[in-house]
Design a protein. Sequence first.
Length: 409
Amino acid sequence: MNILFATIAFPESLETRNLYTDLMEELRDREHSVHVVASCERRNRKETHISVEKGIRILRVRTWNIKKTRNILEKGFGTLLVERQFRKAIDAFWGSVKFDLVLTSTPPITLGGLVRYVKQRDGARSYLLLKDIFPQNAVDLGMIKKDGLLHRYFRWREKQLYREADYIGCMSPANADFLATHNPGLAGGKIEVCPNSIRPTEQETPLKRAEILNRYGIPEDAAVFSYGGNLGKPQGVAFLKSILQHHKGRKDVFFFIVGSGTEYPGLRSFLESLDTGNALLHPFLPKEEYRMLLKTSDVGMIFLDPRFTIPNFPSRLLDCMDLGKPVLAATDRNTDLGTIVTKGGFGLWCESGDLQTFCAHVDKLASDRALRERMGKTARQYLLDNFTASKSAEIILRHFDEGRTQNVS
């Protein structure tokens, strides 16, 4: 098949992996012709351009800055413009290509018109990878008013996107149940679970832990708790601050935090004034360097704001599992991440804001190396059994006729 994948979450190079690059490479290896249309934000000073990387055709379209920007107006208008910009670029560069399947992911929710256009133009079918339920997540965090003008408009766009999808793959059972409950008009059988997934890495040669920890000034005899990812409102950074304050000066644990986002400046100022002695905040690390650090850590942490009514399922969990690390999660009660982590036997969970329970979990993991090792092995096996790009590709492709004639450009 000729497959078109439209997303704003594709990296600038396939040398930088994420769950979408892994899925596209999996589809390529199954002998499909994969085309990706992705955003290239203007902060990168690049015009719209096309390339072929690892056998995947990638059309990077110049857009406004719509990710990790504090300019709300630019983010909002830029998100609204993406659909038109993608469609114009597809017509200009791939106007002669007939697509059989169009894949999209959220965010954004504003690509419903693009999906409809490609389906009508080419007779294609569509599959939506639902990674974000907007605008409800913004309502939960107080960013937009429930039933206000913005909420009603984006809710209309959300419903449009769902209607255009022939199938919708959700991140977890709770995610799928939420979507079905709040969108009763969706056709039966359209919603299914297609979890976040990656291509597992080969088991690597053990790293020189002391050498890497010394590079960052981390004590060798401390249990290292790592967090890597976005530092914005969805992560409930206020709770993270209370954790760091509670453990200030403790010698047997160390917190290493890597990330960026709207809450990063505040967290940096907080740590500078607190001077904990056992916490380090880093604004950015290349993906492989962060994975190297996570590999030498003892525990990976996951945070979500307790106000969420939608069941999120952060993809950063997969790095922890891939590298065989136990998970310590503090989230809202509506996600089933905590249930999966604890019942799967590869981590501990508490509700975000429950400082007493979280600290008890820190004590338990920090003091029991055998427990950490056992949970880490279980995490790796759970990933292999449930969260691989191969399994996701099978879930998607089982719905579509793979025997259609290709028109490769």
